[in-house]
Design a protein. Sequence first.
Length: 279
Amino acid sequence: MKHIVVCVGDTHCGSTVGLCPPEGLELDDGGMYEPNKSQHWLWNNWEKAWAVIKSVKRKNRKAKLHLVLNGDLIDGDHHRTTQIASGLTGVHMSCAIESLRVPLALKPQSIHVLRGTPSHVGRAGGSEEGIARALSAQGWKVKGDPDTGNKSSYSRLIQVGPVLFDIKHHGRMGRRAHTKGPYIRWFAQDIFFNYMMDYEEPPDVAVRSHFHQFADSGRIHKVKTRAVALPAWQLATEYVHRVAESLADIGLVWFEIDDDGYDMKTVLYKPDRPTTVEV
């Protein structure tokens, strides 16, 4: 049996620099929020990325498709930000659910919802639990947490064929260009040895998000675990403009799995830097 596992996170729906459907958002007072130029760029690439997955699925018609939503699906009203379409969490959640119409059109066999950052998605991951329950109510196969009975989780182990995934929103990652590679490799080894010290089978792949930068430890000699940090679907906020030098990575990661193991592939987009001003 073949499987395709698609991992995506940090859509930050409701942010004025996050993912937003082109028709905009209906606000509580009956008005509309219209997406800006940057958000149209994000949406175009969102549709392109899922068109790639559709093509992969078409070539593997019998493969089962699984969707991992790895946290911070909404932006929320946080840190006194002015970069949100509405202060109402419900508007952000509606935006996320509407944005998911694109991957849901591919009819995934299972959906796994991970909880992100409390400042974005609320305490106890309330917004993402709400999104997961809404999808389940619509008839989608949302896999709940077997330990708590909730529809979303802070962390999840997923066995897909011969491949074991360890998935969480938060992790650790180098923040500088020259530390990103070494740090993700160190992180993979740390996860591997933590499992080994507990006399447990280490995961084949550890998936994390939160940093809005893609990183991959690769396959490390004598270390089973591969660590992958997912790209995002949010452009630079006011905070990022102040503290970061690198541009966000936009895109998604997927795994093609058969009885012999897995291949990991990516779709990545890079936003443009500001236009140069000539004097």
